[in-house]
Ligand binder design. Structure first.
Ligand code: ATR
Length: 287
């Protein structure tokens, strides 16, 4: 990679940020397409989201990804929000458009693209989402937009109810809620076409945990885990054994990154290159 005075600088702000696969993925994309751009990680502590906006406005950063803990905090420092960010209530991509900063959320459309790349159609189907954190908000808003009937189960049911209230208000449709318990799984799993895990259960180092016992799996089910470290979570390997279809978590990561690339560059992202870079990093034990 050659960096000159003319190289365009992009990056990700977050805390922590050292584990992020976005720098490897985006730099591989820039190189593949022959762009004079570089993408770097910026460790930015909670409460300093204004600094990220100033860096884009005043230091000539060309665009940013935003991760925990700034996805909501950065909103007041932007000039406008795309409906994707409005619906989720969080920004993960900042684009400079004619000197103005616009916030987008590519997690939700990235999730939709990952379903599409596996040929999964959720229109009028029942989808069970486990978890009610930031990632769940993006997943739920995407599912509602695709016309799914959504049920959200969370350990803390009040948080699921808040998510349901906020996202449903934006999207004008209802969401059922419950706790992650045998009785709720018993009630919803038989008619469920897609199960999405957005909790951190099963993530390294707790690889022996799964948010859903295998007795609830069936052959008409697709199981998607947004945990990508490890790629083959216990949830996915048990689902595969039961004959269910699985979607691994690296796909949403790649697709949200591809959409950010496209917003910044205005050209189609080299998705295959980005996917193989992410797989290579994960295979190397990116923990
Ligand atoms: P993210 O932005 O990745 O969604 P988050 O906002 O911290 O992260 O949300 C983490 C999710 O994982 C929440 O749904 C959390 O459940 P609670 O709201 O009840 O805390 C869920 N989670 C984390 N650890 C869990 C565990 N051991 N069992 C069940 N759910 C868990």
């Amino acid at each position: 990679m050659h960096i000159s005075g003319a190289t365009a600088v992009y990056g990700i702000v977050g805390d922590p940020v050292a584990h992020s696969l976005s720098p490897s993925m985006q730099n591989a994309a820039f190189e593949a397409v022959g762009l004079d751009c570089v993408y770097v990680p910026f460790l930015l502590t909670r409460g300093a989201a204004d600094v990220a906006a100033v860096a884009v406005r005043r230091m000539g950063l060309c665009g940013l990804n935003v991760t925990v803990p700034h996805k909501v905090d950065i909103i007041p420092f932007l000039d406008s929000l795309d409906p994707s960010a409005q619906r989720v209530g969080a920004v993960n991509t900042v684009v400079k458009e004619e000197g103005k900063l616009r916030g987008y959320n590519t997690d939700a459309p990235g999730f939709a693209r990952s379903l599409d790349s596996f040929g999964v159609d959720v229109k009028c189907k029942e989808v069970l989402v486990l978890g009610a954190g930031g990632a769940a908000r993006a997943v739920v808003s995407s599912l509602l937009e695709l016309g799914a009937r959504v049920v959200v189960l969370n350990r803390d049911v009040a948080r699921a109810q808040r998510l349901a209230r906020d996202v449903a208000a934006e999207m004008d449709c209802g969401i059922a809620c419950g706790t992650i318990s045998d009785s709720c799984l018993e009630e919803h799993m038989p008619g469920c076409a897609l199960l999405v895990n957005t909790t951190s259960v099963g993530m390294y180092p707790n690889c022996q945990e799964s948010p859903c016992p295998p007795r609830f799996f069936h052959r008409d089910l697709t199981v998607c885990d947004i945990v990508y470290n490890p790629i083959d979570t216990l949830l996915l390997s048990e689902a595969r054994k039961c004959g269910a279809r699985v979607i691994t978590g690296d796909e949403m990561l790649v697709q949200q990154g591809a959409l950010a690339f496209e917003l910044w560059m205005g050209i189609t992202a080299p998705v295959e290159i980005m996917r193989s870079k992410v797989r290579e990093e994960l295979g190397r034990g990116a923990q």
